[in-house]
Design a protein around this ligand. Structure first.
Ligand code: FPP
Length: 239
């Protein structure tokens, strides 16, 4: 795939919000919106290469989403399984490398097996790096990383002197990813909802009013173009 242009963004992360409202507006159950949302994922994935986006991370299910009704949670889990089943072949042939972040401990075994298989199956790909966050929460991720780090110290493999930002980052779910350059949230909500808290320290944010099932590749392209016009200084003064 083409290289990212010098003014990026190389890594885009998306909070795909608004599926429920989109369905309610149509008098349909919330899951109808999630299904429409899944179709948009495909379109946005396909748009990435031409925009020079090499890494795309999408927030599919948060550690807080378990609070939804049992019907919605079960429907979403089924949708994730169906997505993997239906998209695996196309992702593989398109050169997409898929990985999942989040705590797998609470997910059903069948889904975890499918996630593992898709990761393995696409592990040789080096096109778009697609990361799907399921049962993911930024605080939970940092807590799990700190726990693993503490374990390494207890086991004598590290000491407290080794603990710095770089070492901690090696224990995060995202250890294989660069930090996101741009975080997009759809549906008009201006919150980050526990998404990539550590990794987004210097990210640019874009909040768009469009509900996720209506977020087209054309709008994605406009948001990316808007990012390119921004002046990122990472705390420094412009040269
Ligand atoms: C937020 O909208 C969306 C979710 C919690 C689920 C996201 C899932 C998908 C887009 C579909 C599947 C994704 C993949 C990668 C297969 P909401 O339900 O909070 O909407 P609302 O704020 O309008 O209620």
């Amino acid at each position: 795939m083409p290289d990212t242009p010098p003014n990026g963004p190389r890594h885009v992360a998306i909070i795909m919000d608004g599926n429920g409202r989109w369905a309610t507006l149509r008098g349909r159950p919330r899951l109808f919106g999630h299904h429409a949302g899944a179709r948009r994922v495909r379109e946005i994935v396909e748009a990435c290469p031409d925009l020079g986006v090499r890494y795309l991370t999408v927030f599919a299910f948060s550690t807080e989403n378990w609070k939804r009704t049992q019907t919605e949670v079960a429907g979403l889990m089924k949708l994730f399984r169906r997505y993997i089943e239906r998209e695996a072949k196309a992702l593989l042939t398109a050169g997409v490398r898929v990985r999942f972040i989040g705590d797998r401990i609470r997910l059903d075994e069948r889904l975890v097996r499918m996630m593992d298989d898709l990761e393995l199956m696409t592990s040789g790909n080096d096109g778009l790096h697609l990361t799907i966050a399921i049962n993911y929460g930024g605080r939970d991720e940092v807590t799990r990383a700190a726990k693993r780090l503490a374990y390494e110290i207890e086991a004598g493999r590290l000491t407290h002197k080794d603990v710095d930002a770089e070492t901690l980052a090696r224990f995060l779910d995202t250890r294989f990813l660069p930090d996101p350059d741009l975080v997009i949230r759809t549906s008009g909500e201006a919150r980050i909802s526990n998404f990539l808290l550590w990794q987004s320290a210097y990210a640019e944010y874009e909040f768009v009013d469009t509900l996720w099932p209506d977020f087209t590749a054309a709008e994605f392209g406009r948001v990316v173009a808007g990012y390119r016009a921004r002046d990122r200084r990472f705390g420094a003064v412009r040269a």
